[in-house]
Design a protein around this ligand. Sequence first.
Ligand SMILES: Cc1cc2nc3c(=O)[nH]c(=O)nc-3n(C[C@H](O)[C@H](O)[C@H](O)COP(=O)(O)OP(=O)(O)OC[C@H]3O[C@@H](n4cnc5c(N)ncnc54)[C@H](O)[C@@H]3O)c2cc1C
Length: 241
Amino acid sequence: MGIIDSIVKKFAEQGTIEYKSKLSETVYHIRIQSNSIKKADFVPGYFVRLGVGLGVSDSSIKDKVRSYSVWDINKESGTIDLAIATHSNGVGADWVKKCEIGNEVSFVWKKGNFLVDNNADYYLMIGDLSALSHLYIINRHLSKDKKVESILYNKKLNEHFNDIDKNKPFHFYEMAENPFEEIVTKIKEIIPNMTGRKMVYISGDSRICVSLNQFFRKELNWDSKQIRIKPFWNPEKKGLE
Ligand SMILES: Cc1cc2nc3c(=O)[nH]c(=O)nc-3n(C[C@H](O)[C@H](O)[C@H](O)COP(=O)(O)OP(=O)(O)OC[C@H]3O[C@@H](n4cnc5c(N)ncnc54)[C@H](O)[C@@H]3O)c2cc1C
């Protein structure tokens, strides 16, 4: 084992892949079991950094780890569920295609601030396939009186998947990559019907995160507290966090 692998493993928690299935043509569902998850202090919106390139001797530091959102957690059984999209075709995508039930995996908890926030009345969720599981868990943990609108987009409609409880709470759209104008058109249709305190969650493609942040602040004059943003990937970069 290389030095980097040893360091990552020393600070990471160890789990075992307990379940693997395909959610759609390009997205995998992975369940990781670890007794440490039973004691996890969890807030919906937390994610993990997975050791996807450990044990691969020729991989560079930046190809050792990738971030994935916790789609669901079961503290009794000590499991977390992840939904991993493979459009990126990088080491993370390669790992999820090849990993098998029973394999060991190293992971580190990350908290961030893209978390559930019950301070609004009406929510708008915007994201691509990589962000779907994160937006699902946020949505499931909003209190029942909240209203939610959504714009989830992908090049192929049938690559979207249902939530882990089999519900379909979001609206899916077929859109090309980086579809800023199309999303803005939808936002303009939705916003007039949103009443009370409003909040938007935006994640996935960093180009959409940046341009929609500008749009909500400058054109709609929304306050920064109403805008929750987390870029998940950037076409110029490998990994992100
Ligand atoms: C906090 C956080 C949570 C995340 N949660 C999830 C999650 O739950 N599920 C999930 O699928 N992804 C998630 N991501 C995104 C995931 O970590 C990245 O997409 C990751 O870079 C993919 O790794 P890779 O090794 O396959 O590709 P990389 O080697 O990182 O990238 C290869 C190329 O693919 C591009 N690329 C990366 N992602 C995509 C994409 N989705 N579509 C098109 N092109 C892409 C990159 O820009 C790069 O050009 C999350 C990211 C962050 C920061």
